[in-house]
Design a protein around this ligand. Structure first.
Ligand code: HEM
Ligand code: HEM
Length: 163
């Protein structure tokens, strides 16, 4: 069950975010490898690898669970998490990266100008490659803080904070 009174996430939420995020990262990275190193030789010179569109199909599919998972963060996680100062920087950084990925992903569909589209693409995948680092930093920071707050103080009472 999701924790509605604290910033803690249910394990299914963590799995949803981890698996869909990994799917996005792997399909995006596979597209990059195919696009820059996997061109095939055609009748009229180098050609796009035929697997490129398949990678974007997987990418688009993974967006569905990812956006559901991210949307769930607004219900309790971010409002309750905001009171934990130690997590604010990592939380805001992760949220900003996700917001830019969502906005640049949208632009990739609708930007007509080739130059602008190339910049949106570069910004999108450069930030996308860094996403796991921001996620893991935020996760580990949260785990460490939880361990600190559950460590028993010398008077024997639990130090766990309700947030
Ligand atoms: C919440 C996170 C993300 C969102 C909302 C998102 C969204 C999108 C969208 C809408 C597209 C356009 C698909 C198309 O043209 O058919 C796209 C393309 C792409 N994404 Fe993502 N994405 C995310 C995360 C990532 C990550 C983590 C990577 C890691 C490498 C990545 C790499 C790429 C690449 C390489 C492309 C193709 C760029 C191009 O067509 O020039 N994305 N993404
Ligand atoms: C301003 C934004 C955010 C703040 C202030 C924040 C705050 C927190 C806090 C306080 C914790 C520790 C919870 C605990 O140990 O009880 C935490 C853990 C975590 N956060 Fe965030 N967070 C933010 C955004 C996000 C976003 C956008 C995601 C994912 C897309 C996310 C994913 C996680 C995960 C997976 C954990 C570890 C799970 C857990 O300890 O229950 N957070 N965050």
């Amino acid at each position: 069950m999701p924790h509605r009174r604290t910033a803690r996430l249910a394990s299914w939420q963590i799995w949803l975010l981890t698996l869909s995020g990994s799917g996005l990262w792997l399909s995006g990275s596979a597209w990059l490898l195919l696009h820059y190193y996997g061109q095939t030789e055609g009748e009229f010179g180098p050609q796009m690898n035929p697997l490129e569109p398949d990678m974007l199909t997987v990418h688009g599919f993974m967006l569905i669970p990812a956006l559901l998972g991210i949307g769930g963060m607004f219900v309790a996680h971010i409002p309750h998490g905001w009171t934990h100062r130690h997590q604010r920087v990592a939380g805001v950084l992760l949220s900003v990266i996700l917001a830019v990925l969502i906005a640049s992903g949208y632009l990739l569909y609708y930007l007509g100008d080739e130059d602008w589209r190339a910049w949106a693409s570069l910004g999108h995948w450069a930030l996308g490659l860094l996403l796991p680092l921001a996620f893991v930093w935020h996760y580990i920071n949260g785990q460490k803080a939880r361990r600190r707050s559950t460590r028993r103080p010398p008077n024997g009472q639990s130090g766990r904070q309700a947030v």
